[in-house]
Design a protein around this ligand. Structure first.
Ligand code: PLP
Ligand code: COI
Length: 399
């Protein structure tokens, strides 16, 4: 649908404001209350990037206590120049998705595991745990407030939720900040890899992602900062992602920059790498359960040497963003090998896992107890303060 409204901001009188901003939606307010919002998005052609949605959640930790969370429309953050997050990367995040299920319900997939992992990341980075229930409150409120941005069933797209926690007060000596913010924004997304579920190519990377006893097993922003050169280099060389090996011996397979590995042996066993320096993926843990309990497959979670990778029948990478993406080819410093399923399609076992997991997520296949968390949209209306940049700065100065 193309909406031909070219005004970026129009005040008809003080009571009626029509806002059509440069983003992909417009909203109508009467007497300060939002009465209508519509979006103009081609769901089936969405990539994996930032699309602004109107509402986000914020809670602040000060003087040893969390404030109540609130909703805001302002997508920028005013923080101190010496904030812990800016100086010493004191931040962790999560990623989960809201979907429209087959029966029209809006659901999230195992959000309790993301909440749990967020608190583990916080503990490792000396940040405060969230109060009980705050993570889920943020998920619920942001999904409900941005309900127009939840892609329809069958579009292949979803509403990606990005919770994050960071040190906001000044530090100069190396120490934890004393104040923090927890925020959650939503953005509609399509597939993480261009081409959706077409096989991707990997190269074995000379950079390390995570040290033994380091931070590889939490979702710290710093793990991704240090992977940026590696991914830029991989893309420049024509590869989709990096395969990281263990940094101590460079003999075991760890993971990619944003997903865990899943391999299939010639006899159909599922093998996933075990290591203390990889992120315990919600998707991988769910796939292993599905393989064993829905598909009757054998599953092994054990150290996997790089040497044995070329003997696997199929390989995929899995994560919230990637779901499961098949791997077609691996390049180890010029020595290339292809998996038998090749560069054109998913191998049959990876396909079965993919279809079963997505079927569970979309309510087409019955889920194990507690995996699907429904968000009832009609229980709450949009609410959130409208904030300008000036107001945000004033608030920051008052603190
Ligand atoms: N590994 C890394 C490094 C990731 O960033 C992610 C994404 O969250 C994953 C694995 C997959 O984890 P999950 O399935 O919980 O999204
Ligand atoms: C996710 O799968 O949610 C991730 O966080 C991976 C990536 C976008 C960093």
């Amino acid at each position: 649908m193309i909406i031909d409204i070219t005004l970026s901001f129009m005040i008809i009188d003080t009571k009626l404001i029509i806002l059509y901003n440069k983003y992909d939606y417009y909203r109508i307010f009467i007497c300060g209350k939002e009465i209508f919002m519509a979006v103009d998005i081609d769901w089936s052609n969405l990539g994996f990037g930032y699309v602004k949605t109107p509402y986000r959640y914020v809670a602040e930790y000060k003087k040893g206590k969390w404030s109540d969370g609130r909703m805001t429309t302002y997508e920028k953050i005013v923080i101190h120049e010496s904030a812990g997050v800016l100086q010493y990367a004191q931040t962790a995040f999560e990623g989960l998705k809201a979907y429209t299920a087959k029966d029209g319900r809006v659901v999230t997939f195992r959000p309790d595991l993301n909440a749990e992992r967020m608190n583990r990341s916080a503990a490792r980075l000396e940040m405060p745990a969230l109060p009980d229930g705050m993570f889920m409150e943020a998920v619920e409120k942001v999904v409900k407030a941005n309900k127009e941005f939840i892609p329809p069933y069958g579009s292949g797209a979803s509403l990606y939720l990005r919770p994050y926690l960071f040190g906001s007060s000044p530090v100069v000596g190396v120490k934890p900040a004393s104040d923090y913010q927890f925020r959650l924004f939503a953005t509609p997304v399509g597939p993480y890899f261009k081409g959706g579920v077409k096989p991707i190519t990997l190269r074995v990377c000379d950079y390390d992602r995570a040290a033994p006893h380091g931070t590889g097993n939490i979702k710290a922003g710093l793990n991704y900062a240090m992977s940026l050169s590696a991914i830029v280099e991989a893309h420049a060389l024509g590869f989709d992602e990096n395969m990281y090996l263990d940094s101590a011996t460079r003999t075991f397979v760890e993971e990619t920059g944003g997903a865990n590995f899943i391999f299939v042996t010639k006899d159909g066993t599922i093998v996933t790498p075990k290591s203390d320096s990889i992120l315990p993926s919600v998707t991988r843990r769910s796939l292993c359960y599905v393989a064993e309990n829905y598909l009757g497959m054998r599953v092994e979670n054990r150290p996997v040497t790089f040497e044995e990778v070329r003997d696997f029948e199929e390989c995929g990478v899995c994560g919230t963003a990637a779901v499961i993406c098949p791997v077609g080819k691996v390049n180890d410093h010029g020595n290339e090998f292809y998996f038998p399923s090749g560069m054109y399609e998913m191998g049959p076992v990876i396909r079965q896992l993919y279809e079963t997991l997505v079927g569970i997520q979309l309510g087409e296949i019955e889920a194990p107890d507690g995996w699907i968390h429904e968000i009832k949209l009609d229980e709450e209306e949009n609410s959130g303060e409208e904030q300008t940049e000036e107001q945000a700065e004033e608030n920051a100065q008052e603190e």
